[in-house]
Design a protein around this ligand. Structure first.
Ligand SMILES: Nc1nc2c(ncn2[C@@H]2O[C@H](COP(=O)(O)OP(=O)(O)OP(=O)(O)O)[C@@H](O)[C@H]2O)c(=O)[nH]1
Ligand SMILES: [Mg+2]
Length: 727
């Protein structure tokens, strides 16, 4: 029983394994190891694999398969048919696996089934029916001197039919269902002989439900261990030998009892049947009947045993248990009289009982064991084959990756360090430019005085010229500085581009992409005059500077000097200007007229006038004039620069332009690079995906293979040789 249960659970385990294989069929179609018809090489289903296999032999072929073998007839087919053909194989294998699953279910049912069938066969008139009756201790199946049993009669304990004794005549034994009266015709047990002789040809099988009141120890049908049914069959003749042979081959038949008429020994058809049946079942239980008719029993025994030795050596070797010489008729007669039967028949019954129980175990469990061993071996073989294919696939994809994208990691670096970091690169350069420009221009504005030394002062007569030149000089310096900063921005942007170019110099990138990284492209944006033109006013020319920073008379004198002058020279001014104009007004007028008619001449005229007007406190003012002008003009220029936000506007303009030019160039690069790189990445991802799939499939097949091996090991431990005790 333990063995039975173990086998049952092994069947279930194997079934699960097969179901799993099929369940994942969509993800991982199982490939069948088929020999290539041309090159004698293993071939696989999908084209890429096929190619791989041509390069690298995954050496499997279906010769090693048993249960899951497809018996393919590989004929020449066009290459264009490869896929269709391969798909057909996949489908074929799938249905084969399904078939095997079903077979396991059948085996499971059979092992679970505790009944056992014994077929009684032999020559015509050998006494088969009499033997069945003798075993049952009552006349159930009809017996006659003339050939009588025309159909198969299966005697079953009536407890299998709710205790009711009756006959079910069956057309189609496969469809027979005791619960469904349409599948059989019911007859009373008493009419059996008549039914069998008259209607035998109409029916294939008679199920005879018959009560056996004996105890479990005595009864064969109702023995407490298994439900045994005895099948009485028509005697072997030319007509019936084929049907009986077929019947005997049925899996449900656990034991064959072969009846021999002691008077006739073995007939030709008997020998023929026995030889064939022996191949199927291995051991046959042989009953030599009508032994009561034999005058020289010992010689008869000797002759018959030597015949058996030739027909079935295995049976001969165990003749004590398997060959019995009896008289069924006499036994039955004794039983009917209420006497005990003969010792020979008792022995026979005892041996038959043991044989049935033992054989039943073997005949039911052994096929399951053998089948499991074979199918598990096939599963392992096929999954190992598929595992190899997947490994091969993984390897070939890796080869593709290495071959097609050796640059991948370099490109990835470029992507990560340049392409994805463009904003950062741009930021750092433009911030640098911004900081530098701001510092540079601010310092200039702050230290404006320093630059006054660069203008020559030629005495107070040329004070006006000096003031003018100083102003223009500072103004030009401001413009120059701004232009310098713009150049600096341009240079920094170029350097940045150069730097990026340097970063990718070792990576193989198409020239059309890297050509974007040309400093000239920055220059084309930042190199134009419009950009370089310094912004120190609305426009930059001298005329406008004059307008923007007008010089006033007061620029030439300190405030105190001016008051002194007013006090001392007011009368002269008044005289000079007909007493109407104050000094200021006069000077202001002079300047404003100067603005219209040429400031230099008027200013000169003014100074001459002033020179004539008085020399007293004017002397001091004149000696101080250079620093006064220097101070005032510088301050004026500075104020002007502040008003127009010279520093901030220039800083802003330059850093913005730097940023803009870098953006144009680097984003152009980024876009082109990404476009090309995206396809590589995509391809790479596809490969990696394929690889992952193959990896999963490999794992899957490896697990199937491992599990099949585990199950196979357990199956091999099931020992069916010693079964009698463990029934
Ligand atoms: N003397 C003798 N006659 C027997 C013995 N067994 C059966 N017979 C007789 O042999 C005849 C045929 O017996 P059956 O039991 O009908 O033989 P069968 O093998 O079933 O015959 P078919 O079904 O026609 O093939 C009957 O008349 C039986 O009485 C026996 O042991 N000794
Ligand atoms: Mg008969």
């Amino acid at each position: 029983m333990e063995k039975r249960n173990l086998l049952l659970s092994l069947i279930n385990g194997t079934k699960t394994l097969l179901t799993n294989m099929r369940a994942n069929h969509n993800n991982w179609p199982i490939q069948y190891p088929v020999k290539d018809h041309d090159e004698n090489k293993s071939r696989s289903v999908d084209d890429s694999n096929k190619k791989n296999l041509e390069d690298n032999t995954v050496d499997f072929e279906d010769d090693n398969l048993e249960i899951l073998r497809l018996n393919l007839k590989v004929e020449n087919y066009e290459d264009s048919m490869v896929t269709a053909w391969d798909n057909a194989i996949i489908a074929h294998l799938d249905s084969k696996i399904l078939e095997s699953t079903r077979h396991l279910e059948k085996l499971y049912m059979r092992i679970s089934d505790t009944s056992s069938k014994v077929l009684i066969t032999g020559d015509l008139n050998a006494g088969k029916s009499t033997f069945v009756n003798a075993v049952l201790r009552k006349s159930v199946v009809p017996q006659d001197q003339q050939p009588c049993t025309a159909g198969f009669c299966e005697v079953i304990d009536a407890k299998n039919n709710d205790g009711i004794e009756e006959v079910h005549a069956i057309d189609d034994p496969e469809a027979y269902n005791r619960e469904d009266p349409s599948t059989f015709t019911r007859f009373e047990l008493d009419h059996l002989k008549q039914v069998i002789t008259e209607n035998a040809h109409q029916y294939q099988l008679f199920k005879i439900y018959c009560q056996d009141d004996r105890t479990a120890e005595e009864s064969l049908l109702n023995n407490g261990v298994v439900d045994i049914s005895l099948i009485d069959s028509p005697g072997l003749n030319i007509d019936s030998i084929k049907t009986t042979a077929l019947f005997a081959q049925q899996e449900e038949i656990d034991v064959i009892v072969f009846m021999v008429n002691a008077e006739n020994h073995f007939t030709l058809s008997g020998k023929q049947f026995l030889t064939n049946a022996g191949k199927e079942k291995g051991y046959i239980f042989i009953v030599i009947n009508r032994f009561d008719q034999i005058e020289e029993p010992e010689r008869c025994k000797r002759d018959i045993l030597s015949q058996i030795e030739k027909i079935s050596p295995k049976t001969y070797a165990d003749a004590d248990n398997l060959v019995h010489f009896v008289s069924a008729k006499r036994t039955l007669q004794e039983h009917k009289k209420g006497n005990h039967g003969t010792k020979e028949f008792d022995d026979l019954e005892q041996c038959l009982r043991t044989f049935i129980l033992e054989k039943r175990c073997k005949s039911k469990l052994n096929p399951a064991k053998v089948y499991l061993e074979n199918v598990l071996k096939d599963i392992k073989y096929i999954s190992e084959y598929n595992k190899q294919l997947e490994m091969e696939k993984i390897r070939s994809i890796q080869e593709k990756i290495d071959g097609e994208m050796p640059n991948y990691y370099n490109l990835k670096n470029v992507k990560e360090e340049v392409s994805d970091d463009i904003d950062k690169i741009i930021d750092s350069t433009s911030s640098k430019v911004q900081a530098y420009t701001k510092d540079y221009l601010s310092r200039f504005v702050k230290d404006l005085e320093r630059y006054s030394l660069e203008v020559e002062y030629n005495g107070f007569i040329y004070a006006w010229k000096y003031a003018n030149e100083l102003r223009n000089h500072l103004y030009q310096l401001a413009a120059k500085r701004a232009r310098y900063c713009a150049k600096y921005g341009q240079k920094s942007a170029s350097e940045c581009i150069e730097h990026v170019k340097n970063m990718i110099k070792d990576v193989e990138i198409d020239e059309s992409i890297t050509s974007v990284l040309d400093p000239a492209n920055v220059d084309s944006i930042m190199g134009d005059e419009e950009y370089l033109a310094p912004k120190v006013g609305e426009t930059g020319d001298n005329k406008n500077i004059v307008k923007a920073i007008s010089l006033e008379f007061s620029d030439f004198f300190d405030l105190e000097d001016q008051l002194e002058l007013v006090k001392d020279y007011l009368p002269s001014f008044a005289m000079l200007a007909s007493g109407i104009y104050g000094y200021h007004k006069l000077a202001g007028q002079l300047i404003s007229v100067g603005n219209r008619i040429g400031i230099e001449n008027i200013a000169k005229a003014g100074f001459i006038v002033l020179g004539i007007a008085g020399l007293g406190s004017l002397t001091f003012a004149i000696s101080n004039m250079k620093s006064t002008i220097e101070h005032n003009v510088t301050q004026k220029v500075r104020n002007h620069l502040r008003t127009i936000e010279y520093v901030d506007n220039n800083v802003d303009r330059i850093s913005k332009n730097t940023r803009r030019s870098l953006r144009v160039v680097l984003w152009d690069f980024h876009n082109q690079f990404s476009k090309t790189f995206e396809s590589t990445i995509k391809k790479r991802e596809e490969y990696e995906h394929e690889q992952r799939m193959a990896e999963d499939a490999k794992e899957f097949f490896a697990s199937i293979s491992k599990r099949s091996e585990e199950l196979r090991k357990i199956v091999s431990t099931v020992d069916l040789e010693n079964t009698t005790k463990s029934r």
